[in-house]
Design a protein around this ligand. Structure first.
Ligand SMILES: [Zn+2]
Length: 404
């Protein structure tokens, strides 16, 4: 989900709305308008619409309370929270780091559902007090509902919905809060965050596929206990399932990457004795003598001992064939001021983000005097990550084989 529109700031946390949220806001407002119209045959359309809009806003306010609960506990553990974003499938707190201990993980996870259920129970209690205060003529459930005023109508809908949101989030599959609780428990028992992440992630994928299966059954007209039936709600549930599955997969991968990169700097992977070329070299010679004979996808350009730019295969792709004979490296290179650079001491994770956002295949590493000291190539980083994850997997597999 993208960065979205900023709507405010609470406890130093940015609150944002993803564009996809507008779609779900309109959908919920619309279906609530027709729900409230059936509850209250005497209401004008405008009244139903207005109460539905307020209900939808309060619903997203409740989601915000849920996310704030996660974020505030994370902040209390000293973990920075980048933002809270509302999107198509609810909300997400972008918490910057993994929690330090299983206990922290458990508390950060569980306060969200507790907040939702607490809010829901409070609303249910408030609505029953209000209903008892006004001596309604309690004939049937329908006639009671039809007598409710706007505030009671809001509470009667929103209370149970919050309780459902809280219970749904406790399903033990990552990225749902219940999956995080599961991860905290496995982490505590095994002492391995790695293993806990993989197990909670696998559970999350299973939950995701489970929703896809149930959603498909509903869409095909089957009535599933608890979930009901219907094409729209079936497709919606399947979509949520696919979303949960993809987040679970991405998280397991991201977590593996973060651990691989912890405490590794650029100088660990940069090439320090690589070749360089001069700006006066003809493009034809650059291609024949360098790109066709060696595996570097780019070379630093050095003039009188000073680093002046980088010439890459991408620079050559922009040229016409006859430029190869007439142009020099200095004509086609990307000059130093236009380059994104790194330093030997920069964390590899930061450099990888730079590679990702700029789309270039390499970063020159400069020391504090601006002297070129190495080149960090994206393909070296990719190979290193791949090898490392292979080795980690083999090392972890070994004890299991011995115990078999
Ligand atoms: Zn949550």
């Amino acid at each position: 989900m993208g960065n979205g529109l900023r709507i405010g700031r609470l406890f130093g946390i940015e609150l944002r709305i993803d564009p996809s949220w507008l779609f779900i806001f309109v959908l919920i407002s619309w279906s609530l308008t027709s729900l409230f119209a059936t509850w209250h045959p005497s209401w004008a359309f405008g009244t139903s619409l207005l109460v539905a809009l307020v209900a939808a806003l309060l619903f997203f306010g409740s989601v915000l309370v849920h996310e704030l609960a996660h974020s505030v506990v994370a902040l209390a553990y000293g973990i920075p929270v980048r933002d809270i974003t509302l999107h198509l499938f609810g909300g997400v707190s972008n918490i910057e780091r993994e929690p330090p201990t299983p206990r922290a993980e458990l508390l950060i996870a569980i306060v969200g559902p507790i907040a939702s259920i607490g809010l829901g129970v409070a609303m249910v209690v408030a609505s029953s007090i209000l209903i008892n205060l006004r001596a309604y003529d309690v004939g049937s459930a329908e006639s009671l509902v039809s007598q409710l005023g706007p505030i009671e109508t809001l509470l009667v809908w929103l209370g149970p919905v919050n309780i459902i949101v809280g219970v749904f989030n406790m399903i033990p599959g990552f990225p749902l809060d219940g999956g995080r609780v599961l991860r905290a428990v496995v982490w505590k028992i095994t002492g391995s965050l790695d293993r806990a992440t993989r197990i909670a992630g696998a559970a999350g994928q299973t939950v995701g596929w489970f929703f896809v299966a149930i959603g498909a059954a509903m869409a095909l007209g089957l009535r599933v206990p608890i979930f009901g039936s219907g094409l729209t709600s079936g497709l919606w549930l399947a979509l949520i399932g696919l979303f949960l599955r993809s987040v679970a997969v991405a998280h397991v991968r991201g977590a593996a990457m973060d651990r691989a990169l912890a405490n590794v700097d650029v100088d660990h992977l940069m090439r320090v004795q690589g070749a360089w070329v001069g700006p006066g070299m003809a493009v034809r010679d650059l291609v024949d003598d360098w790109f066709l004979r060696h595996d570097e996808p780019a070379y630093p350009v050095i003039e009188n001992g000073v680093f002046v730019g980088i010439v890459s295969l991408d620079d050559l792709r922009k040229l016409r064939a006859r430029d190869w004979e007439t142009k020099t490296v200095g004509d086609v290179m990307t000059p130093r001021p236009a380059l994104v650079v790194t330093t030997p001491g920069e964390p590899l994770s930061v450099a990888i983000r730079k590679l990702g956002t700029t789309g270039v295949g390499q970063l020159p590493a400069l020391d504090e005097h601006g002297t070129l000291v190495g080149m960090l190539y994206e393909r070296d980083v990719a190979r290193w990550l791949q090898l490392r994850s292979q080795l980690v997997r083999e090392r972890e597999a070994a004890p299991r084989v011995r115990h078999a």
